[in-house]
Design a protein around this ligand. Structure first.
Ligand code: NDP
Length: 510
């Protein structure tokens, strides 16, 4: 693994003996404090020893019997053995999806499809704790995030699109909305169940059938979802799930009998998929990387902004495509804001993802931890000032301290490249024009944030920032009714809302 260079004279890493361990109440009165462990019980989850592929409504082994192991990134211990699909299995899954599209799911009325989707949403709600615990075990994200964000939002997406299934005539007035057919959907590891819901719910609502490939480090919530599909009694073949390496993702995306490809992941693989499907008639949506600017003006409510900045970059260990990884602060308030941020960072709790008090859990994989470590080392080597609060990291597992860089230049790699980790780069600006110039100075364009007291300034900034989503005086807010997607190398197409439905229909004249 790449190692970090020795901190320079301007680097600050607060050591454990420097951190406060008591609340001072003046006059020598001090009350020592520490959080007691508050682990969520794991026994709600029954892990199978082996998971098969989910094809045509049944769990089946991979052709040739190949398997791989999914591990818990917070302990590095194996969780389960999962079937490793081959191209032959992908072909079977696509055939099953085509059959269901022609004969069963594709023949249902919108009203009937809606009933199934409502049923899935209800089951996700009923089994929410099971999903939340499994998701945290497999991905490393804190339980309070999987419990309060990922799983409820996933259920909401099914609920929301269930509502559209019998109202397509109203969604697209004057046109006839027809399903595209079979959708190939490839999802990443940062929000495994939520990305599944973003992809599957609108596809099914519009009458398509799907073959979904989850990321290899986080296959388990998708395989538990297969259970939900059975429980909801969906016609066999409507939803198929194939687990295995990236190459089967390419075979799936370029399969001649696939009509629509939806991909979320790195820009690099997104470009490969774009090239792979070019010249075919497939519809394509790509949701790729980001390097969002979070812009704070001198009239912003600073304490509120600090919470938004922390949420923007340390939520989900910073493994978020729309993370506010570049903080642009107006020069006159930069010192004050950075001091407040450092104070706030000292209270962030890093550790066991299943502990209900954990703010930052485990990095998803060893490879991702290495990538973060290497990029942070480049920040130090290129001359930025590193700050990391004191916190004891667990001895095992893939953990990384929340990190803040000041004195960052736009040319630094940490200001240009997607780190996908809990690392914030702070830059400054003097005028709104300079803020816009710097915010847009990136190959990405997925999201941005603006913090100011002035409504007129928000509107001005929103119209000038090249980003698919701009949050004002908040960050990382998601809702099924609201479209999400990017510009430039962050991809194209929108997920969520009516825009998300549009990506799964062919509109014909009446
Ligand atoms: P990838 O883009 O490689 O993975 C995303 C999905 O694509 C996974 O299901 C993966 O499968 C699959 N995949 C991999 N190779 C191919 C291929 N050739 N054809 C089709 N599908 C493929 O992301 P990584 O996991 O490698 O992460 C690398 C970087 O990408 C991160 O550091 C981060 O910067 C960025 N990223 C961005 C995300 C976003 O939401 N925008 C999400 C994840 C990563 P498998 O897991 O089996 O390899």
């Amino acid at each position: 693994m790449p190692t970090m260079p020795e901190p320079t004279s301007t680097s600050v890493v607060v050591t454990p003996d420097q951190r406060p361990n008591s609340w001072g109440f003046g006059d020598g009165q001090e009350i020592p404090w520490e959080y007691a462990p508050a682990p969520e019980a794991r026994d709600i989850v029954t892990l199978k020893e082996r998971y098969g592929l989910f094809i045509n409504g049944r769990s089946v082994p991979a052709t040739g019997g190949g398997t791989f192991v999914s591990i818990d990134p917070s302990t590095e211990l194996p969780l389960a053995t999962v079937a490793k699909a081959t191209d032959v299995d992908v072909d079977k899954a696509v055939r099953a999806a085509r059959r269901a599209q022609r004969r069963s799911w594709g023949q249902l009325s919108g009203r009937e499809r809606a009933k199934y989707l409502f049923r899935i949403s209800r089951i996700l709600q009923e089994r929410s704790r099971e999903f939340a615990v499994l998701e945290s075990m497999d991905s490393g994200k804190p339980i309070k995030e999987s419990r309060d964000v990922d799983v409820p939002l996933a259920a909401n997406h099914f609920w929301y699109y269930a509502g559209w299934a019998d109202k397509l005539d109203y969604a697209f007035p004057g046109r006839v909305a027809k399903p595209l057919g079979v959708a190939a959907q490839i999802i990443p590891w940062n929000f495994p169940l939520l990305m599944l819901a973003w992809k599957i719910a609108p596809a099914l609502a519009a009458g398509n059938t799907v073959v979904l490939k989850p990321a290899s480090t986080t296959p388990l919530s998708a395989l538990l979802f297969a259970d939900v599909v059975q429980q909801a009694d969906l016609p066999p073949g409507t939803v198929n799930i194939v687990t295995g390496p990236g190459e089967i993702g390419m075979h799936l995306a370029t399969h001649p009998d696939v009509d629509k490809v939806a991909f979320t992941g790195s820009t690099e693989i997104g470009k490969k998929i774009g090239r792979g499907v070019a010249g075919s008639n497939k519809a394509l949506t790509l949701e790729l990387g980001g390097k969002a600017a979070n812009v704070v003006f001198d009239d912003a409510p600073l304490d509120q902004a600090v919470e938004g900045i922390v949420n923007g970059i340390y939520f989900n260990q910073g493994e978020v495509c729309c993370a506010g990884s570049r903080l642009l602060v107006q020069e006159s308030i930069a010192d004050t804001l950075v001091d407040k941020l450092k104070d706030r960072l000292s209270t962030i709790r890093v550790g066991d993802p299943l502990d209900k008090n954990t703010d930052v859990g485990a990095i998803n994989s060893k490879a991702q931890l290495e990538k973060i470590t290497e990029l942070v080392a480049s920040g130090v080597a290129e001359g930025a000032d590193l700050y990391q609060p004191a916190c004891d990291l667990p001895e095992r597992g893939y953990f990384f301290r929340p990190t803040l860089f000041t004195n960052v230049a736009q040319s630094h790699r940490i200001a240009r490249e997607e780190i996908f980790g809990p690392v914030l780069s702070v830059l400054t600006f003097r005028t709104p024009d300079e803020a816009v110039e710097k915010a847009n100075n990136t190959r990405y364009g997925l999201s941005a944030g603006v913090w100011t007291d002035k409504g007129s300034r928000i509107l001005e900034m929103v119209s000038r920032l090249q980003a698919g989503v701009v949050w004002a005086n908040t960050f990382n807010k998601f809702d099924p009714t609201s479209p999400f997607g990017g510009y430039k190398e962050s991809g194209f197409g929108r997920e969520g809302g009516m825009h998300g439905l549009h990506a799964y229909v062919r509109l014909e004249d009446r």
